[in-house]
Design a protein around this ligand. Structure first.
Ligand code: 13P
Ligand code: SF4
Length: 350
């Protein structure tokens, strides 16, 4: 397995600032590499109308739209910035000329944007956009476990994957993302780390550090259901295929990968690699982005949809901008604690 790690330095994706709209015909052409049958002329007509209305409202509200790589392709058309969790956190911290941030992603990501922008309105278009990882740990359970472990490991430090709530972040010594988890763990001043909430990412980080990693038992339901048999079937069917997996995958899947990377690092790897056939082992939105941006290469999916990410639609974004909802609010002490842990990540893992 190639020694590519998830902690590779993250670079910015292109920023698509502006309010340009797209015609229905141009949109249909653009989305054709995905599935011409699904993106019918009628659907593209409706999308183009909504995109134009969203662009008008973005200007009126002085709003920017941040979108995760797993979002629907039509959402990318209204986004000012698309990226992985690390890039989105960094981008949210740098927002200057906007009153409102519409977050096209899941709840914990919108919370992070709010942590860095207490004076701005941060909107999540659908409150059902949660995350199975974030649901697997509460601040109370984490505090209890840390207290118990500190009796055995007095120097224990808590590193939380950003896929958790702001109050869990507030209890952490540092946050990390899939782009910098090993870097953060190796840089923090303790040999004993309680790593929450993803057991699969914890296992992966353990292969990149001599420190003791004590993991939580959470997982991402999307990645956890991908099996080594699926990867083996793709390898058998497509000779020479390069397998790129997300570190939220199970360890028996990661063991079969040629590269283990965050979503944006997967994009860069597929673009820069001389190979032209890839199995993309993560949520399907990423393969869609690759199909749109790298049409000359072949992308096979061993992936599943994240029902939470897919809650965000153009209708939801329109509603968010029209009615300024759903606003993310955080108590001051939670925001301050989460900010400290996120700043530590930016310091140790940049
Ligand atoms: P990254 O985009 O940071 O790799 O994260 C993937 C993910 O599952 C986010 O929910
Ligand atoms: Fe959470 Fe997994 Fe969905 Fe990401 S893909 S938002 S980790 S459930």
């Amino acid at each position: 397995m190639e020694a590519t790690s998830a902690d590779r330095e993250s670079e910015d994706q292109p920023v698509m600032e502006g309010y340009e709209t797209i015609s229905a015909g141009a949109l249909r052409e653009k989305l054709a590499p995905l599935d011409r049958e699904s993106y019918t002329a009628e659907l593209c007509e409706r999308f183009a109308d909504k995109i134009a209305r969203i662009m008008r409202l973005k200007r009126e509200r002085r709003a920017i739209v941040l979108a995760h790589n797993y979002q629907r392709p039509e959402i990318f058309e209204v986004a000012d910035f698309i990226g992985d969790s690390f890039e989105l956190a960094r981008k949210a911290r740098e927002v200057r000329d906007a009153d409102t941030i519409v977050f096209c992603g899941v709840h914990f990501m919108a919370e992070t944007a709010k942590v860095f922008n207490p004076e701005r309105s941060v909107l999540l278009p659908d409150l059902r956009a949660g995350c199975s990882l974030a649901d697997s740990v509460t601040a109370e359970a984490l505090a209890d476990r840390a207290e118990e472990l500190r009796k055995v490991y007095p120097d224990l430090k808590i590193v939380s994957y950003v896929n958790c709530t702001a109050d869990v972040k507030a209890l952490s010594d540092a946050c990390c993302t899939s782009a910098n988890a090993a870097k953060v763990v190796n840089a923090i001043d303790s040999g004993n780390i309680l790593f929450v909430p993803d057991q699969n990412l914890a296992n992966y980080v353990q292969t990149q550090t001599a420190k003791r990693i004590i993991s939580w038992d959470g997982n991402c339901y999307v990645h956890h259901q991908i099996t080594p048999e699926e990867v083996a079937r793709a390898r058998a069917a497509v000779p020479g295929i390069v397998v790129i997996a997300h570190p939220e995958c199970r360890k028996d899947v990661i063991a079969m990968a040629d590269a283990v990377l965050s979503t944006s690092a997967m994009m860069r790897y597929a673009k820069e690699s001389p190979a032209d056939k890839f199995l993309i082992v993560t949520e399907c939105g990423l393969s869609d982005r690759l199909l749109l941006e790298v049409p000359e290469k072949h992308f096979y999916k061993s992936c599943k949809l994240c029902r939470y990410m897919k809650m965000i639609t153009l209708d939801g974004v329109l509603d968010a901008l029209e009615n300024l909802r759903y606003a993310i609010e955080l108590p001051d002490e939670v925001r301050a604690g989460a900010r400290r842990a996120l700043e530590r990540m930016l310091e140790l893992g940049a």
